[in-house]
Design a protein around this ligand. Structure first.
Ligand code: ATP
Length: 708
């Protein structure tokens, strides 16, 4: 439960009679660093300026693109300047230390509402001119209620669960991580289900070399209002990649899913939020929940403390204990150098490559994790990846999708020729052959937003219109980002604006379950399926088609999929992924045994069996590490030259032969099974993990076990 230490009436009441005191004639000028006495004031000045500029040229945008509720009212160049300033905001660590001490012991989150302080600042400094107010026909009280500022402090293992952060639709919430790390997301409610959308992990970079400069190494972000926002200091990581392969099973048994994940605590964390509301924001829709902290509604410097957190602990801090002077701005140049460092370290290796070089690099990257499938990889690279923009990961930090640092010559050239990249891909083939693996590789190669992978059956909702809505929600983030990019585009260049949007990969597994051939019967089940197919078709190829989306369908039964979905312009590229043949199995074996081989954990005869070459030290299980590999090659060559090749071949125990009929997933399972046998032997022998060596016999037994 939330306990508010102090609450006063809304800003309108408080500032209503002060309007007459504001007699400034000028609108706020472009702000120079020297104008504001503190760094925090400079930030607020910039926020006011963004509002003023949005009011003067934002209306045009609203008029031409829709309503303010869609968040289109903000002047983007001004917003970018504000964001640039926020990027430079950091905590003065020495002043923050007492709070940090408290956060390390306190179990509950704390919200410091700086809104009233900000409003006072604006009034005292007369940053909004009378002319501007009369121009947009509003009072000062109403005007300043459009700025909300708060600091959210999250101790370890906490989240903003006991209170919900909601701003009205159309609000732009600028966020900046000041300390620690958080997962942030918004909640989209549809019926009884609540989905997390726009999830992103923000973690402060801790660069030992520049320890003292770490606080401004993290870029700010922007979120749109209308939905609840949440922050958690924990995020989940898969315990083992094994579980990726059983996606569907995991989705069915949610509790099992949670069991497979381990929570990583990134706290304590501190976040600064600065929200800008559109005009008449009070009239715009907001999704309310209990214990809502609504931007602008709590007018005073409010401290909200979850019960039991601060009250009994005598923090030694009143509302004045936290002061905005704790925030400082770092010089522009330092940030720029820093950001460049970050881009080059996070940036995609393929971004700078072109033509054949890029194609070869993409194929090589694929082949390092996907075994066999050479023809399939070639056609994916040629038909799906060629001409797609590749972004640096840094650019994705801008959740509004307006970061302009990305461009791709190849994608632009393609557009000039009137060609657009493929929007849909269908991968079909038996289970466990690597379809999901390929999808993940595609998404990571293009540095797309995290792919949304859903099983088609999840898109069926029992309520009328529910399934169609679920399909629309899949495309929601892509639509928003495209909209922002179109707004930011130079006039007349809106068609190519999608090049500035990150790619959204949407994956529908077992697509045949829902998007199957449409029936012309009247039963309700087929009616729902028909309209879901139509909904999807309209997103892929209709009037509202989204060019920043790559949709990938996966199925074991291609013949069942609706032909309308398979025609050109939709899931246009269809690639069969069959069970691996002998040579392909060898590649997969080499990939999955690769890590263990590098660590010298495979016996020599096993290495020979993996590569399909004869072992000349019969039965001698020497560890086959890097040295053994070199020796193996030399010996194999010697054998080929000096011995009768056919008789040598007879002795070869070739794992690729022995695993006939195995899929990639089976081979991965085989490695795990052999590993577990070796581990239990090592434990029984008393040597533990340190003495673990997987022998050929382990693998032979594991093959029998997997086949059984
Ligand atoms: N060609 C391959 N190269 C390397 N590993 C592979 C290959 N094929 C499958 N695997 C391994 O098998 C695991 C499971 O594969 P994946 O989930 O991609 O199969 P799938 O075709 O999507 O199966 P399903 O249709 O049942 O979802 C992968 O995580 C990977 O480790």
């Amino acid at each position: 439960m939330l306990h508010l230490l102090s609450m006063v009436s809304g800003p309108d009441v408080k500032y209503g009679n002060q309007i007459s005191h504001v007699e400034t004639d000028d609108q706020p000028a472009i702000i120079q660093p020297g104008d504001a006495s503190t760094d925090f004031q400079l930030l607020i000045q910039m926020a006011i300026q963004t509002l003023v500029r949005s009011d003067t040229d934002g209306d045009e945008l609203v008029h031409s693109y829709g309503s303010a509720s869609q968040g289109l009212w903000l002047n983007l160049p001004a917003a970018k300047e504000l964001q640039g300033l926020l990027d430079r905001v950091a905590l003065k660590e020495e002043e923050f230390n007492p709070w940090l001490q408290w956060m390390k012991t306190a179990p509950s989150p704390l919200i410091l509402n700086l809104t009233t302080y900000v409003h006072d600042l604006v009034i005292q400094n007369e940053w909004v001119s009378k002319e501007h107010l009369s121009l947009i026909d509003t009072s000062l009280g109403q005007y300043i209620s459009r700025i909300v500022c708060r600091v959210i402090l999250l101790p370890s293992r906490s989240e903003t669960a006991s209170f919900s952060l909601v701003e009205s639709a159309g609000a732009h919430v600028f966020g900046k991580l000041l300390y620690g790390g958080v997962s942030r997301y918004r909640l989209l409610k549809s019926g009884r289900t609540v989905r997390r959308v726009g999830e992103s992990r923000e973690v402060m970079t801790r660069n030992n070399r520049q320890q003292q400069r770490r606080h401004y190494r993290h870029p700010s972000w922007v979120q749109l209002g209308g939905l609840q926002r949440k922050y958690e200091v924990k995020h989940f990581e898969h315990v083992s990649s094994l579980f990726y392969s059983y996606n569907n099973l995991i989705r069915t048994y949610l509790s099992f899913w949670k069991f497979c994940l381990k929570a990583i605590d990134m706290g304590p964390a501190a976040i600064l939020e600065l929200a800008l509301m559109p005009k008449q924001w009070q009239d715009l829709p907001t999704v309310f929940d209990k214990n809502v902290i609504l931007g602008g509604a709590c007018g005073d410097m409010t401290i909200a403390i979850a019960t039991g957190a601060g009250e009994g602990m005598n923090l030694g801090h009143s509302s004045s204990g936290w002061h905005p002077s704790m925030l400082q701005l770092f010089p522009d140049t330092e940030v720029q150098n820093d950001t460049e460092d970050e881009v080059s370290s996070n940036g995609s290796a393929f971004q700078s490559l072109e033509g054949k070089e890029r194609k070869d690099a993409l194929v090589a990257h694929f082949r390092s994790s996907v075994g066999g499938l050479q023809p399939q990889i070639d056609s994916i690279v040629r038909r799906v990846l060629d001409g797609r923009s590749i972004y640096s990961t840094h650019a994705q930090d801008d959740s509004s999708g307006t970061a302009m640092s990305r461009s791709n010559i190849e994608a632009k050239e393609l557009l000039l020729l009137g060609l657009q990249p493929v929007r849909g891909l269908l991968l079909y083939g038996p289970s466990g052959v690597g379809k999901t693996l390929i999808v993940r590789e595609i998404a990571s190669l293009l540095s797309s937003r995290p792919p949304k992978i859903v099983a088609a059956s999840e898109l069926l909702d029992r309520w009328v219109g529910g399934s169609e809505r679920l399909v629309r929600e899949l495309f929601f983030d892509a639509e928003q980002e495209l909209m922002m990019c179109r707004l930011a585009a130079v006039a007349g260049d809106e068609d190519s604006a999608f090049l500035n949007s990150a790619l959204h990969v949407i994956v529908i597994d077992e697509i045949d379950a829902v998007f199957r051939k449409r029936a012309y019967s009247n039963d309700s089940g087929s009616n729902v399926r028909n309209s879901v197919v139509n909904q999807l078709l309209s997103k892929l190829d209709g009037v509202n088609a989204l060019p920043n989306v790559l949709m990938i369908g996966m199925t074991n039964r291609r013949e069942l999929v609706d032909p309308a979905l398979l025609r050109a312009g939709r899931l246009e590229v269809q690639i069969e992924i069959p069970l691996p043949k002998r040579s392909q199995r060898r590649e997969i074996l080499q990939i999955h045994f690769g890590a263990l081989r590098k660590k010298n954990r495979l016996s020599f005869s096993l290495c020979c069996a993996i590569d399909g070459v004869a072992s000349i030290c019969d039965g001698g299980d020497i560890v086959g590490g890097a040295q053994a590999i070199r020796g193996r090659k030399r010996r194999a060559l010697k054998q080929a030259l000096c011995f009768d090749f056919t008789s040598t071949k007879r002795n070869v125990y070739d794992l690729a032969d022995e695993t006939e009929g195995f899929s990639g997933a089976d081979i991965e399972g085989l490695v795990r099974c052999a590993g577990s046998r070796a581990l239990s032997r090592a434990r029984t022998d008393g040597g533990g993990v340190g003495s673990l060596i997987i022998t050929l016999d382990d693998v032979k037994e594991a093959i029998e076990e997997v086949k059984a």
